[in-house]
Design a protein around this ligand. Structure first.
Ligand code: GDP
Length: 683
């Protein structure tokens, strides 16, 4: 083995004033293949490459991202007319009798009054026509472009729709030009008490201390950190719940996830959840092993645990691709290095946005402030947001009255990847809602109005989800190419058995992806993850919590519960082949909570219960549930009220329940009687 002073790729790139990526390219040209920016180079190679790159023939190194960035003050905004021009025309049918000159332009939404003025038809007539197609309106009500188009057509007038959403798509396509690097947006995740909040605070404090000027730090939902090579934006709400909830609303905010794992505690259930949530979202992970100041810290053991759990997490220093940094949030060790690694990762990801566009972003926090009215924190994703811009935020609209940064300072504009507080909204949108600058206030108002009308009509506007019943159809239509599954089971062994069997069912038409598998009951977070990833949930010997069941209903996520592995596999297989037989669905008839325990001679343990819901019937099949896990299934052998045998007990009453052949009841357990109902296959 040769012992030479080694140097990492990024260190050498630093010395040479070029990006790691460029150096890796240059090395490749020289026949030196390196895996990542932190791979080691021996002294000889380093010297060679240095000589090549610094020789006079070589072109100037490309400037660093920071220098390339357009300073906010110079940012030019495309004038409104241009935005209008870019709107794409929708393909309206052109019957012969409709004359070209009658073409009239309307926006995504329009009030009856405006439509009446535009097409020169009395509002009354329009309302009548709409009534004919079952749409009840008034003069000032907004209708969508489709209804407007169809009504106009009935009067022989063709209208052209300047669609807001269509314009969006067109800008996405042409957006390859004018892209410049933007700062990464980071979310911190990890198990409870592993130090997420402490790490966020440590990063913020280090940074604030380094800045000589500026206001007092404000908690606005996200904050910016300045490092030598650029900026990093941290989202203030740590954890995967908020992250996935936003994703379920269609918002993708985070570029990089920092997975915090305590060096003294290692991989815990929420560590696994965090990894699965990040992977389901396709977000890069950097691992921060925290609490290395503790005497029992064992960072390498944590690395091993993580690799064993997920081979993607093989550390760079072991030949893998994942960056690991040892830190102590408490003692402020490794913080600078962590920040440096985030910048490096961002560099590799080539995060870019065009600042010369009307702004578009995501609401990351919102509140109703007593003095200032509705206030939202927007993370600008592309374009530049300026004071005075008209905008739509979810079902609300407004004109930017003021922009305030994370240090409480009023700013004139916000470039891509900048979190800012925005004042001037008509209402309080939700975190995860989209925020978009539109050409003028009038269209902002109309789009917002239309959206709130739609929301009222459709509830939350849920997309079609994958279900086992529709799977075959969806595969054939090419809508579904991958069946995403979340598995929750009573024990780890069952999960592995299910994963293995499901994987064997894969065909060339459909892949099966287990996005999360864990022991325990089905939680609301599981449902949100499934909603965000269009997955179904398979529960084996477990139940959803009440909240999870509610969320599943609301989000229309399919929850399939089994107590025999074979049935779960047979169902998925049948669904894939379009042969799903009528399924037996369990209908729960009641719910009783165990509040006391008695031992009765000859009968054994009797559970003193309170009936919370429905009705409990003697001889019914029932499940005994403890912490959302089904611990036993059997018959209700005895049912008593005040020592009297009874046939049934209604909600709101106490009773004694004896479960046949089962003695191990505990206080707090839930007894749920059920019967099996046949649900025929939908065609
Ligand atoms: P979270 O639940 O993940 O946000 O964890 P917290 O940031 O609230 O930290 C949980 C506990 O761990 C607190 O008592 C912290 O003081 C402690 N803690 C966090 N980071 C460190 C660290 O680097 N070293 C030590 N010794 N303790 C830490």
């Amino acid at each position: 083995m040769v012992f030479l002073a080694n140097i990492r790729v990024y260190e050498l790139a630093n010395q040479l004033g070029i990006k790691s990526k460029e150096l890796i390219e240059e090395l490749k040209k020289q026949g030196v293949i390196v895996k990542t920016h932190s791979s080691s180079l021996d002294e000889e190679t380093a010297l060679l490459i240095k000589t090549i790159l610094t020789s006079p023939k070589k072109k100037e190194p490309t400037p660093q991202p920071v220098e390339e960035k357009v300073p906010p003050a110079k940012v030019k905004i495309v004038p409104e007319e241009k935005v209008e021009e870019k709107a794409i025309e929708s393909k309206v049918a052109k019957p012969d009798e409709i004359k070209e000159k009658e073409k009239i332009k309307i926006g995504e939404a329009i009030t009856i009054k405006e439509l009446s003025e535009k097409i020169n038809i009395p509002a009354k007539e329009i309302i009548k026509k709409l009534m004919g197609i079952g749409v009840m309106t008034t003069v000032n009500q907004v209708i969508d472009s489709k209804s407007a188009m169809s009504v106009a057509k009935d009067f022989g007038i063709e209208v052209e729709v300047i669609s807001f959403e269509a314009e969006e798509i067109s800008t996405e396509e042409e957006e390859k030009e004018g892209l410049i690097p933007r700062p990464p947006v980071v979310t911190i995740m990890g198990h409870v008490d592993h130090g997420k909040t402490s790490l966020l605070d440590a990063i913020r404090q280090t940074n604030v201390a380094a800045k000589e000027s500026g206001g007092i730090t404000q908690h606005i939902g996200a904050y910016e950190v300045d490092v030598d090579k650029g900026k990093i934006v941290f989202l203030d709400t740590p954890g995967h719940e908020a992250f996935t909830a936003m994703r379920a609303r269609g918002a993708k905010v985070t570029d990089i996830v920092i997975l915090v794992v305590a060096a003294d505690d290692g991989v815990m259930p929420q560590t696994i959840e965090a990894i699965n949530h990040a992977e389901a979202a396709g977000v890069s992970i950097i691992v921060a092993i925290n609490k290395i100041d503790k005497p029992n810290a064992n960072p390498d053991k944590v690395r091993q645990e993580l690799v064993k759990l997920n081979p993607h997490l093989l550390p760079e220093e072991w030949g893998g691709k994942t960056i690991y940094v040892n830190v102590s949030a408490k003692k402020k060790i490794g913080i600078e290095e962590l920040l440096e690694m985030i910048i490096l990762q961002a560099e590799i990801m080539e995060l870019k946005a065009n600042p010369l566009k009307p702004a578009k972003g995501i609401v990351v926090e919102s509140k109703l402030d007593r003095g200032r009215g509705p206030v939202v924190t927007v993370l600008v994703q592309k374009g530049t947001l300026k004071a005075g811009d008209p905008f739509v935020a979810g079902p609300y609209f407004g004109k930017v009255r003021a922009l305030i940064n994370d240090r409480g300072i009023k700013v004139k504009e916000a470039a891509p990847s900048t979190p800012v507080e925005v004042l001037g909204l008509s209402g309080v949108p939700q975190a995860g809602d989209s925020f978009q600058v539109v050409p003028d206030e009038k269209s902002a108002r109309q789009i917002a109005l239309l959206r709130s009308q739609k929301q009222r009509e459709e509830g939350l506007g849920i997309k079609t989800r994958v279900t086992l019943e529709d799977l075959y159809k969806q595969i054939n239509e090419g809508v579904v190419k991958e069946l995403n599954i979340v598995i929750k089971a009573d024990v780890h062994g069952s999960i592995q058995a299910l994963v293995d069997s499901f994987q064997k069912l894969e065909t060339k038409d459909i892949k099966i992806k287990i996005i999360h598998g864990a022991a325990g009951g089905i939680t609301e977070t599981d449902v949100i993850l499934a909603a965000a990833s269009n997955a179904i949930i398979i529960g084996f010997n477990v139940k959803p919590t009440d909240k999870a069941a509610e969320a599943a209903e609301k989000e229309q996520v399919e929850l399939k519960l089994y107590s025999i592995i074979y049935n779960a596999i047979a169902d998925v297989k049948a669904a894939m082949e379009g042969m799903l037989e009528p399924t037996l669905v369990e209908k729960v008839t009641g719910k009783a909570e165990v509040r006391q325990l008695f031992t009765v001679p000859k009968m054994g343990v009797i559970a003193g219960c309170f009936v919370l819901d429905g009705v409990i019937q003697r001889n019914a099949d029932a499940k005994l549930i403890r912490d959302s896990v089904i611990v036993y299934q059997g018959k209700i052998g005895s049912l008593r009220r005040f020592k009297e045998d009874v046939k049934e007990v209604q909600a709101g009453y106490e009773c004694g329940i004896g479960i046949e052949k089962f003695q191990d009841v505990k206080i707090g357990d839930i007894i749920e009687p059920f019967f099996l109902d046949k649900i025929p296959k939908k065609l």
